[in-house]
Design a protein around this ligand. Structure first.
Ligand SMILES: *[C@@H]1O[C@H](CO)[C@@H](O)[C@H](O)[C@H]1NC(C)=O
Ligand SMILES: *[C@@H]1O[C@H](CO)[C@@H](O)[C@H](O)[C@H]1NC(C)=O
Ligand SMILES: *[C@@H]1O[C@H](CO)[C@@H](O)[C@H](O)[C@H]1NC(C)=O
Ligand SMILES: *[C@@H]1O[C@H](CO)[C@@H](O)[C@H](O)[C@H]1NC(C)=O
Ligand SMILES: *[C@@H]1O[C@H](CO)[C@@H](O)[C@H](O)[C@H]1NC(C)=O
Ligand SMILES: *[C@@H]1O[C@H](CO)[C@@H](O)[C@H](O)[C@H]1NC(C)=O
Length: 566
């Protein structure tokens, strides 16, 4: 028995029940009306109409009837695209007509639900016991939540992101191989392995070096889950020794769809590298990811770690023996993540394999591919900075130390990288924050090797604190003061299921209905200029690779505080 409490009042917490009024009874057919007084912004709605009698041939014009009960007494309606947004002060009038059997038209109530009203919030943050300017525990928790929001495939039962559910369950290879899982790349839904693997390597390195930071923030278990998700997927993609799927989804079809991943219907082709169309860069990067994963899981699950190591060795073998740029072999990737060269990934994969196996031949190979001189930076495409730091860690050779110092001389104030007036090292306009954050991570890693530790840590802190709010606003969604509310991100811009989602939602001026907790947005222009606009994918998109170095840097700062080094 359901007790319906009938209170006629404005929307409360996104819900409201109203009676059917203005009923016309024509004997066998009727018309009635429901009036919703809107007192909070509605970005998509659902309405459940409950009649006192079975009703047939129900007609309704403001929305679409998506289902009804078998006894024809309960009908569920969702808005049409153009009726999704209702402004405060409006009255939404829903008129229905239908047929009934009996002596008198039915009575009815309508439960109206604002699907843009998302009650989901992040767990309460820890007290900032380090007394740092920003709460690093909270940033780590939320950044991990961002990666959870990016998950593709069948979600685990402990999924925390309530507005996400299973998606892309039919992702398959050319021979039917299961390619479900992994992360959606950014605000879109392609799975691009090159940045996915690069992000996983940086996150895993951060975990290996700054485990105490994750542990103290009580995020250690979540962090293992965070990296295992893409590792499991990348293992699936490596279907045989010289066959590796590097992308699922067609960039242009994907980008012409604005909606949730749960409701994608476009074809999602898969693309692989093989002996005849190889990719040393992506194979080298993925070997690095697997080798780092081996080190991370070695003491947790040796069986799993050994699987990762076997794939790491095979993948590196593939990278070394079949040389080409993957984006020349897989043209689909070229418009989005074109690789500039593969020497850096051959160095990177080799040094990670050396650290995992202590087999000298990997170190020799890594050094053979090392590109000397100060590095451009660190990114999904560019691994030289990370490589020189790990080679220094492995060999303590003077050359690597000099290159690390030269790299940071060019990155620190007075060097060759432009700075915004408020102090962000501004490498490039597209996603400026992520380059600064990646180099903050690298500076913290160099500091761990005893190189200019105090200077590097202070500089890393300045870059991360800029991102967290030093210039008057946070660049992390759902964190700190005046954070971004309109990231260029499809899923979080949609109202809750079952309301429809389309380019209409993209164009709405209001905040995304869901807070995409922890996502780092692109960042400012060279003059600290930034506007929180959904259509600005240069400054306001989010991506797996944006958060990776950033999250590791925050873990590094947390760790440095714990160890009393700052
Ligand atoms: C809508 O009205 C209800 C009842 O008066 C009130 O509790 C609620 O806070 C209002 N919501 C907004 C967004 O003003
Ligand atoms: C995590 O911290 C707890 C409490 O300080 C400690 O007992 C435990 O050994 C730490 N675990 C790891 C893996 O560092
Ligand atoms: C969107 O996906 C959800 C969850 O899979 C499903 O319940 C809903 O019917 C879908 N909506 C549309 C319009 O396909
Ligand atoms: C360890 O990893 C293997 C391989 O992935 C898996 O089958 C097994 O269930 C894992 N064991 C535990 C205790 O998680
Ligand atoms: C070291 O790695 C190389 C290259 O994969 C391999 O040929 C060699 O057998 C390995 N050496 C040892 C001691 O495992
Ligand atoms: C780091 O320290 C060395 C001396 O140990 C110095 O030559 C170099 O310029 C320093 N680099 C930076 C970026 O501070």
């Amino acid at each position: 028995m359901i007790l319906l409490l009938l209170v006629i009042c404005p929307l409360v917490a996104g819900r409201l029940t109203v009676p059917m009024t203005d009923v016309n009874d024509w004997g066998g057919r009727f018309q009635g009306q429901f009036n919703v007084h809107v007192n909070e912004t509605v970005d998509g709605w659902e309405a459940i109409i409950r009649f006192s009698l079975p009703v047939t041939n129900l007609d309704e014009w403001m929305g679409d009837i998506i289902s009804h009960s078998s006894n024809n007494m309960e009908f569920t309606i969702v808005n049409k695209p153009h009726t999704s947004v209702q402004k405060v002060g409006d009255t939404l009038q829903i008129t229905v007509q239908g047929a009934y059997a009996g002596s008198k038209a039915p009575t009815a109530t309508m439960e109206f639900i604002n699907m843009g009203h998302d009650p989901f919030t992040a767990p309460p943050p820890h007290k900032n016991t380090d007394a740092t300017k920003y709460n690093y525990d909270e940033v780590l928790m939320k950044s991990i939540m961002f990666y959870e929001a990016q998950r593709s495939g069948k979600l685990p039962s402990n999924n925390r992101i309530q507005w996400r559910s299973d998606s892309a369950l039919n992702d398959r290879g050319n021979n039917g191989e299961d390619l479900t899982g992994g992360w959606y790349d950014a605000g879109d839904h392609v799975k691009f392995n090159f940045p996915m693997a690069a992000s996983t390597t940086l996150l895993t390195w951060g975990l290996l070096e700054f485990k105490d930071g994750y542990n103290a923030s009580e995020e250690l278990d979540r962090m293992y889950d965070c990296i295992k998700w893409p590792l499991d997927y990348l293992l699936k993609c490596h279907v045989s020794k010289y066959e590796y799927y590097v992308q699922v989804g067609d960039g242009s079809q994907d980008h012409s769809y604005w909606g949730r991943p749960e409701n994608m219907t476009m074809p999602r082709p898969a693309f692989k590298i093989t002996q005849s169309s190889p990719g040393s860069d992506i194979a080298g990067e993925t070997a690095a990811t697997f080798a780092a994963g081996y080190l991370a899981f070695h003491n947790k699950n040796l069986t799993y770690a050994n699987i990762l190591l076997t794939h790491a060795k095979d993948m590196y073998d593939f990278a070394i023996n079949y040389k080409a740029k993957y984006s020349d072999s897989v043209n689909q990737a070229a418009g989005y993540y074109r690789s500039s060269d593969y020497e850096d990934e051959l160095c990177w994969g080799g040094v990670w394999l050396f650290l995992a196996t202590r087999n000298q031949s990997y170190l020799t190979e890594a050094e053979k591919h090392y590109e000397a001189g100060p590095a451009w930076g660190q990114s999904w495409d560019e691994k030289n900075t990370g490589c020189m730091i790990l080679l220094y860690k492995a060999t303590h050779k003077e050359q690597y130390k000099l290159d690390i110092e030269a790299t940071f001389r060019s990155w620190m104030p007075g060097g060759s990288i432009p700075y915004t007036p408020a102090g962000l090292a501004w490498r490039s306009q597209w996603g400026a924050n992520r380059y600064a954050a990646n180099m903050a991570m690298m500076a913290l890693m160099a500091a761990e090797q005893g190189l200019n530790a105090t200077v590097y840590r202070k500089w890393a802190e300045s870059q991360i604190n800029y991102i967290l709010g030093d210039n008057g606003r946070s660049f992390v969604v759902g964190f700190g003061q005046n954070p971004p509310e309109r990231p260029h991100h499809r899923g979080s811009s949609c109202p809750l299921i079952p309301a429809p989602c389309s380019y209409f939602e993209f164009q709405q001026p209001g905040p995304n209905p869901h807070v995409l907790y922890g996502a780092l947005v692109g960042g400012p222009d060279q003059n600290d200029g930034y506007a929180d606009k959904r259509d600005d994918y240069v400054k306001n998109e989010v991506a797996c690779d944006y958060n990776a170095g950033f999250q590791s840097a925050v873990a590094g700062l947390k760790s440095a505080h714990l160890r009393g080094r700052m």
